[in-house]
Design a protein around this ligand. Sequence first.
Ligand SMILES: Cc1cc2nc3c(=O)[nH]c(=O)nc-3n(C[C@H](O)[C@H](O)[C@H](O)COP(=O)(O)OP(=O)(O)OC[C@H]3O[C@@H](n4cnc5c(N)ncnc54)[C@H](O)[C@@H]3O)c2cc1C
Length: 301
Amino acid sequence: MTLKAFPKRLRSRVLVNELLGRRTTLRVGGPAQYFVEALTLRDVADTVLASRESGLPLHVLGGGSNLLIADDGVSGIVLSLHGMRKIHVFGTKVQVQAGANLSALVSNCSARGLAGPQSLAGIPGSVGGALAMNAGGRHGEIADYVERVIWINPHGELESRYREEIDFGYRISELRLGVVIEAVLQGQAGEPRSLIAQSREILQQKLAAQPYSEFSAGCAFKNPKGQSAGRIIDAAGCKGLRVGGAIVSDRHGNFIINTGEAKAGDVLELMRLVTARVLEAQGIELQPEVQIWPSRSLQAA
Ligand SMILES: Cc1cc2nc3c(=O)[nH]c(=O)nc-3n(C[C@H](O)[C@H](O)[C@H](O)COP(=O)(O)OP(=O)(O)OC[C@H]3O[C@@H](n4cnc5c(N)ncnc54)[C@H](O)[C@@H]3O)c2cc1C
């Protein structure tokens, strides 16, 4: 397969064998066979079409803050919407493109007196990624504010869906099966100064509890219903466990840290080790929260 899979107008902007590790917060992972940064809806549509016509698999990259990409990279096309990041607050709603930083969304909403998305303060990554993962925490999740989403659905059709038509789950949504282009979120009227203070407070709580400044992909595992994966991992004696350059954080058991020289294989092996130890010690089967590219099971040794 060659660059001919892409329409002529896009070809000069397609990067071949682009390293992905530096585009993730975990800083591991090999190259994308083809990498495209979309600046317009037409770029996105053309890339989706190129993938469908050529049979090259399509992966959408947001801020790379919930991703573990294999050392040998991913075949097919990796599409980034980082160039599409407009945010427009109007009254108690905000229209936001998928490539916008979640933190920029929160600060824009606060400054314009739109209350609600402050609950997402401190979560890294893009709005598209947050919608795909239904990002959130104890203060709320992004689905709470969705009015509608415009995306290219898994059939390759541009579609607008209202909140009630979208399947959102715990740290997952069906939107990750397509390409989120933009969303309209609904909040309430608030007072900018107290909203700014509220989001700072939530950020401070995260900074105090998590190894925020280290290379990680956030929580490696989902919380089993009613329980904390971090506490379970801690109780299984996994804190400080190490494989190569990857280590289970001693500040938060659910964070796997790249100490600087980790390979994706180290992180994957450490996740397998933690899964096996927790299963043995407590009979609990942890499920990964981090998205693994290309997808693979943690059970297979
Ligand atoms: C220090 C740290 C703290 C974190 N804290 C939290 C937290 O409190 N709560 C929480 O929920 N998460 C947290 N995370 C995880 C992560 O920030 C979120 O899951 C975030 O929403 C992922 O967004 P992203 O843009 O980085 O997505 P990526 O990591 O780039 O991608 C994640 C998934 O979303 C898909 N995706 C991305 N963009 C799109 C799009 N436009 N259309 C369709 N699919 C798309 C990708 O294909 C992939 O499947 C944390 C991460 C770190 C590093």
